[in-house]
Write a protein that binds this ligand. Sequence first.
Ligand code: DON
Length: 305
Amino acid sequence: MPPFFQPVIDRIAADIATAPGRGRPADYIPALAEADPQRFGMAVAELDGTVYGVGDWQQPFSAQSITKVFTLALVLSLEGETLWEHVGREPSGNPFNSLVQLEYEHGIPRNPFINAGALVVTDRLHRLTGNASGALQEFLRAESSNPLLDFDERVTASETAHGDRNAALAHFIASYGNITTPVPELLHQYFRQCAAEASCADLARAAGFLARHGIRADGSVLLSRSKAKQVNAVMLTCGTYDAAGDFAYRVGLPGKSGVGGGIIAVVPGRCSLCVWSPGLDERGNSVAGVAALDRFTTLTGLSVF
Ligand code: DON
């Protein structure tokens, strides 16, 4: 059978190249501000790991909040349902780094994808494994089949130097007892996690377990079918923060963005995708990335709806 996806993504890349407006790279983490908004890559991984790509699809970039999907999946597989006593699963309707809901919700973050919720998940992964970022790295290397996948310690250092907001979130949650790793150690783990460098090809493959209903690349079970559904559902409702409604409307797939300009998306039972373009909209999602995924579901008719 001739490859179905290659002509589709070639056409999307051509459309994106002529589309006006690319947004601006994140500048609150200085190491990310230098990225060129004209860069664009897209990869689609079939269930067997075969990857189709276009543009800068093999160029590593800063995965940032995309990693929150993988830490959530690891904690769900290790700990199970008790995680949900410590973090909610409702959209926040607020920016990803907002503090406002935490006090009246007694230190239980709204969902695992806003920074507050991700700090709780990373705390739990760190306690379960003794090395949260190491567990993430091992998982990403195995699922992407890229043994060189690594953290960019320059990005870790840059975010550490400008990390007051995440430090405030972590200390505040710790004051409710919902984080127990010492905050400086937890922040180091979290900033390292966010600084994972991976390409569209790597991340499309690494998200494959969500398209395979919880099955890892080697055929073993990471999550039950029901738990894989839960992760996909939380991605759909919370994965792009206060833009999740618009993303669901335009794209119609579970997706997770990062301020490095990447977005992963999942078509359960069919494929997993990653797009990258560093220019962001005001809510922290890649402008060209959302447009490309919008185009993908329009052209292919593949969507969860
Ligand atoms: O903690 C932060 O602010 C960043 N390391 C990650 C934020 C992020 O990627 C939000 N996504 N759009």
